[in-house]
Design a protein around this ligand. Structure first.
Ligand SMILES: [Zn+2]
Length: 832
């Protein structure tokens, strides 16, 4: 699974640090239930094991229900048993029977709306199998969960616009099983340590296509406007990976080694399908070659769902993406922003689906691998710099959330099973894998992954099993590494200092571990010491609070590069002269060497060595470095040469975001001679470039910018252009722009950063809005967005919405004396 709220949560915490802390402090005064801290989350006991699942289903769109009949073949795990307990949530159970040949005999059962307790006709041993039949109605909208806040979205099966009343939205059905929601629509043992083969017989409207796990083996026209599609999955997988999708999609077919690779896409985006998903066969080939394990399944399809509750989900052979995957041709000019998610979900077909975490406590053996696959894929497809940048971005995301340092990676204690889907299981886990790869070497790393996958195929994995695989392959005891990183929490904070000792011809380097946590880390540290232009490499260990290292240096070193491969998961504070960073940029061996040097140089522009770094970095081969160099320019002191470079990048850089950054610099310089450039670029094919140019034009000529924004408001707008047009309209326009801005706001996917960015201008518009109906509608839309953010992010996002956005509107309405409107806002704010 992949959530996409990480950027948003960082955005809102950075926008809103002080108040969010106030709110947390208030929250701490309340009675908080911490009993979960003492509740060990055991792996589910296996009493009966699923063997095969057969489902016959039809869909009641009027009631948003599914009529189901299921045949479950089961087998006691070890001990004899005369009872079967199934997960079956909020169902209307019609019949429960034992199937023997063609005969059915009724079985006694108890049902408490969560679980179905069935008395079997006799005691079965582990040598016997038996089949039960259940006829039922699945009622996903009746499912209310059980006291867990995070389970709010766990309906399992979603009917989107089932009656077709919303003209803006297609009618779709899709399912989301993880964590334990498949049992809302199919009785099963809804645990990751169960595996079953399956066959689904789905009666669907003839006008729609269906998608499920495995192969479509048969289609029968029922002649009444319906068709029966039979999907068969011959290899076992876990119930949370069950999938059904039904809707009006174009199906684009690719293939890989004779297996179907398909893309289900809404017809409006059909032409873009290959631009969005087209790298999938190459990704399969790449992952296969790295892992030495062929793609395990019979086909691979990808589909998108409206109003999807997550970013994407790796259902076996049938990945479901949020509809944000669907980008139009103009958006794709800036690149495919879904590429990493496509890699992530594909990698899960091995790590997650083929070998499945034995419990939610061990989810990192699914998610850290999927997360790390993004680094692997970018490294392979776009080069080492892109891989390293992806890796660093994930590290930075984890480090930006200090409370996550308190959580163990393998987490046997948690409040809710949804809580483990966080920056620790994903981003931190992925960086730990990156360290492990570096520690054992590339060949051993992938050989170990091969062993882990092969030893545990069609079964379950855990951090322990991962450790055993690495130890078997490398012949090394890795307890220290796994205890430190997998079965513990936190990360090192280090202070690195150096001093040249001329009399001893040595350089002294100290590494001090400063974490307040009562735990010291064992860290293998690579060190490059450059003396008189020559690189000398050393390997040392940081193990104590303070370690001192002496390296030979006949003269003061050109650079001391600690953790020279930039692999360690730590937060560092490093003091060294800017001249060393300048040397580091010139002699960089990897992306992070340059990244650190450019950032440091950007902060020291008065220094000639730093200025030289920036002048070189603006021509760097990797666009991220060019962007950082641009962003470090001080518009007040820019010289003519630099200015020409900036204009050249704004005009010609092949990467839209670099052009955007260059236009931003021009906008800060704000010369009236730039106006013709901006007026030209507002019509650029890239939404990003056009948006930046319009924002820049507004600084010079707001009347002109408003005229253009009004013209644009009749077009489809996305990304930065959309936000800038809305901002200009709300700033200079009056409430007659409400319909345009509101409908744009409504259309944005809740996982897009644009929706977040548009919230503040939209709030400004609501301050101007006096029509009570429109005002109420706008407030409702903001509240809907607030409520749609998953629980894990709410402690960061709620304060932003309540204090900054809604709070500002409330204050303004009170000041204006618009009491009626102020009351509308008060009603949606939490009672203090
Ligand atoms: Zn995932």
């Amino acid at each position: 699974m992949k959530h996409l709220f990480i950027g948003l949560s960082i955005l809102c915490s950075s926008l809103f640090q002080p108040l969010s802390h106030d709110l947390l402090a208030q929250g701490n005064n309340a009675q908080v239930d911490t009993s979960w801290k003492n509740t060990y989350r055991a792996t589910a006991t296996k009493t009966n094991n699923l063997k095969h699942t057969k489902l016959v289903a039809s869909f009641n769109y009027e009631k948003a229900q599914m009529n189901g009949e299921v045949w479950l073949k089961l087998q006691p795990h070890f001990y004899p048993t005369n009872e079967l307990v199934l997960d079956a949530k909020a169902m209307d159970i019609k019949e429960v029977a034992l199937v023997q040949g063609s005969a059915k005999s009724k079985l006694n059962y108890r049902y408490d709306s969560m679980q179905l307790h069935i008395d079997l006709n006799k005691t079965y041993t582990a040598k016997e199998t038996y089949t039960v039949y259940i006829k039922y109605i699945a009622r996903p909208n009746e499912f209310k969960g059980q006291g867990s806040e995070a389970i709010r979205d766990a309906k399992g099966m979603y009917f989107i616009n089932p009656l077709g009343t919303d003209k803006e939205k297609p009618t779709q059905i899709w399912t989301q099983g993880e964590t334990e929601a498949s049992s809302v629509w199919i009785p099963t043992i809804d645990k990751t340590n169960q595996k079953t083969t399956q066959e689904f017989y789905l009666t669907v409207p003839s006008k729609y296509v269906s998608l499920s796990n495995g192969l479509l083996v048969k289609q029968t026209d029922l002649k009444n406007g319906f068709r029966e599609d039979v999907w068969k999955m011959d290899l076992p997988h876990s119930p949370y990976l069950f999938f059904i999708g039904i809707g009006d999609y174009a199906v684009i077919k690719d293939s890989y080694k004779g297996k179907e690779v398909s893309y289900y896409i809404e017809k409006a985006y059909e032409k873009e399908a290959r631009k969005i998903y087209g790298n999938t066969p190459q990704m399969i080939a790449f992952f296969e070659s790295k892992l030495g394990v062929p793609f395990p399944w019979s086909k691979y399809a990808q589909i998108s769902g409206r109003d999807f509750v997550s970013g994407a989900m790796e259902n076996t052979t049938a990945t479901l993406h949020s509809d944000a995957v669907q980008q139009d041709a103009r958006e794709l000019i800036d690149g495919n922003n879904w590429e990493s998610t496509i890699a992530h979900e594909l990698f899960h077909q091995w790590f997650g689906d083929y070998v499945t975490a034995e419990s939610w406590s061990n989810i990192t053996v699914n998610e850290s691998f999927a997360d790390y696959s993004q680094t692997l894929w970018f490294e392979h497809s776009q080069g080492k710099d892109a891989g390293a940048y992806e890796n660093y971005t994930a590290l930075r995301n984890y480090l930006s959330s200090p409370t996550d340092a308190e959580k163990d990676l393998v987490r046997f204690f948690y409040k809710d099973k949804e809580d483990v889907f966080d920056l620790v299981s994903y981003q931190k886990g992925g960086r730990i894998l990156n360290m492990l790869r570096h520690l054992v070497g590339d060949e051993a790393f992938f050989a170990s992954l091969n062993k882990y996958l092969t030893d545990n195929k069609f079964s379950n994995g855990s951090a322990i099993k991962l450790k055993l695989a690495f130890e078997a392959v490398t012949g090394k005891d890795l307890n220290w590494f796994f205890n430190q990183w997998y079965f513990g929490n936190g990360h090192p904070y280090v202070r690195i200092q150096q001093k040249y000792l001329a009399d001893q011809q040595k350089v002294l380097v100290t590494i001090q571990q400063t974490q307040t946590q009562n735990k010291l880390f064992s860290l293998p540290v690579g060190v490059d010491v450059y003396v008189q232009g020559k690189r000398n490499h050393y390997e040392v260990w940081s193990k104590n609070r303070l370690d001192s290292f002496y390296f030979p240096a006949a003269v003061a070193p050109d650079n001391v590069n600690i953790d020279n491969d930039k692999v360690l998961l730590w937060a560092k504070d490093e003091a060294k002269p800017i001249e060393q960073f300048a040397f580091q940029y010139k002699n960089a061996r990897n992306f992070m060497d340059r990244y650190e040097a450019v950032n440091e140089a950007g902060a020291n522009l008065k220094n000639p060595a730093a200025k030289a770094v920036i002048e070189a970095a603006i021509k760097d081969s990797f666009h991220i470095i060019r962007s950082i160099a641009l962003n470090s320019y001080n518009p007040a002191s820019i010289d003519a040469t630099m200015e020409q470079q900036v204009i050249r990048l704004a005009e010609k850089d092949p990467v839209s975001t670099v052009r955007e950054d260059a236009i931003n610099v021009m906008s800060k310089i704000n010369k009236s001679t730039y106006q013709p450039y901006f007026e030209k670029w507002v019509y650029d094919s890239s939404y990003t470039v056009a948006g930046a140019a319009l924002a820049a034009l507004e600084q010079l000529d707001s009347a002109k910018a408003l005229t253009i924004a009004k013209q644009f408001s009749y077009q489809i707008l996305k990304k930065r252009l959309n936000t800038v047009v809305a901002t200009i309209l709300t700033k200079y326009g009056d409430q007659d722009v409400f319909d345009f801005v509101a409908s744009n706001y409504a259309k944005l996917n809740i996982q897009s950063s644009e929706k977040f960015e548009l919230t503040a201008p939209f709030a400004q518009l609501l301050i101007k809005t006096t029509d009570p109906l429109k005002f109420k509608k706008g407030i409702d839309m903001i509240v809907e967005f607030r409520e749609a953010i998953p629980q894990g992010y709410r402690s960061q996002s709620d304060p932003y919405f309540n204090f900054k956005i809604l709070g500002d509107i409330l204050k303004a309405k009170k000041q204006k004396g618009e009491t009626e409107l102020a009351n509308i806002v008060s009603a949606v704010l939490p009672k203090m």
